[in-house]
Design a protein around this ligand. Structure first.
Ligand code: G3I
Length: 350
């Protein structure tokens, strides 16, 4: 059975792909992605660095291939991401002499980028991650420190959403962030989104990335986040789902997921196939998550996996390059794992 048809009355089921698959160089992976998924997100190819690496120079080839792929396979295309502190070249924030740009100049640059990119894909991209990861991970401030905020001020988000709406009035506009299951960050996210709405900023949906672990965050926190975001009247999307199976410090039930990035480098505990007992834990974890998603199918419009298979996941390179992670539904041979069957079983399918 195929996820995209089994869940078609519930939500879109998406996948993030890179340009090797989308560029047609990996036929087997393309076939699997097309059969299973109804939504497509470019993992890197629509980021500022990829599209607009130097002043006045745009590279659209890789991104255009996603438009063609999505059309060919009847997938909805998600644009990721317009304004982010990461994967944005340093020149964006500097003038010709390498001095920091002023507020008006940076706003003009942001507007030009958004109009060029969103304008080009008008009618082809269903929705955009307009601002990605603006919230701080703790600390007194709502927003994280970034050149966008330092130069423009806290209203940089307002402008980004307005520019995107101007450039394509039909596209859905999203705020996207991670770690929203942490109660403090969840509250901050609600505060941010309420503020945007009160100021009349055009935001249609919110993405909770959902880079999870086997035992963290707990399902009740996952559900609280979805309920709270849906309560704002926004479309809710699970935008970057994966489940890191490698042991992390304090596991299970680590107190603060943000601390994990500073955890001791674990070695490579499962360099071969994932042992059966862990496969089962992973399957139960995914089934638990999808039970929550199905309970909220009225609010959730899309669930996107951040990668197709265990051979194609950023988690093989983060936080340490070259580890063997197993976070997705398909293994390195593109075979469905027990987690895949566990999700289908919730719908009485196999
Ligand atoms: O393309 C180069 C390649 O030419 C070079 O040989 C190689 C060696 O380092 O690097 C390649 O670039 C890498 C790129 O992924 C493509 O694979 C970058 O180093 C690497 O930093 C980049 O990582 C991406 C990461 O965002 C960047 O922050 C991941 O693929 C991508 O999955 C990840 O996605 C983010 C979302 O956009 C936002 N939310 C979190 C999520 C996971 O970090």
């Amino acid at each position: 059975a195929a996820l995209r048809s089994v869940f078609q009355d519930d939500f879109l089921i998406g996948v993030a792909l890179g340009s090797r698959v989308v560029g047609g160089r990996q036929a087997e992976a393309e076939t699997l992605a097309a059969r299973q998924f109804s939504s497509l997100t470019p993992e890197n190819e629509m980021k500022w660095q990829a599209l607009h690496p130097a002043p006045g120079r745009y590279h659209f080839e890789a991104a255009d291939a996603f438009v063609a792929f999505a059309r060919r396979h009847q997938m909805q295309l998600v644009g990721h991401a317009l304004v982010w502190h990461s994967q944005t070249p340093a020149w964006v924030f500097q003038d010709k002499d390498g001095q920091a740009l002023g507020r008006d100049a940076l706003l003009a640059r942001m507007r030009e980028h958004i109009h060029t990119v969103v304008g080009r894909y008008r009618g082809k991209v269903k929705g955009w991650d307009v601002v990605n990861e603006a919230l701080s991970d703790g600390g007194p401030d709502l927003l994280r420190d970034s050149p966008w905020r330092r130069i423009i001020g806290d209203d940089y988000l307002d402008h980004a959403f307005r520019y995107a709406r101007e450039a394509d009035p039909q596209a859905e506009l999203y705020y996207n962030d991670y770690g929203l299951e942490d109660p403090r960050k969840r509250e901050n996210c609600l505060k941010l989104l309420r503020g945007l709405r009160e100021r009349g900023i055009p935001v249609d949906g919110v993405g909770t990335q959902s880079h999870f672990h086997l035992h963290h965050p707990p399902l009740p926190e996952v559900e609280k986040t979805i309920t709270a975001l849906a309560g704002l009247g926004l479309k809710v999307m699970v935008t970057e789902l994966d489940v890191d199976v490698l042991p992390s410090r304090g596991d299970p039930g680590i107190a603060d997921i943000n601390r994990r990035e500073k955890a001791e480098p674990a070695l490579d505990p499962y360099p071969g196939p994932l042992p059966d007992p862990i496969q089962e834990v992973l399957a139960r974890r995914y089934a638990g998550l999808f039970q929550v998603y199905l309970r909220h199918r009225d609010a959730i419009t899309r669930v996107t996996f951040w990668g197709l298979d265990d051979g194609r996941t950023w988690l093989n390179h983060f936080p340490i390059r070259g580890r063997t992670n197993h976070p997705l539904l398909f293994d390195r041979a593109l075979k469905p794992k027990p987690a895949f069957h566990a999700i289908l079983a919730l719908k009485g399918s196999s």
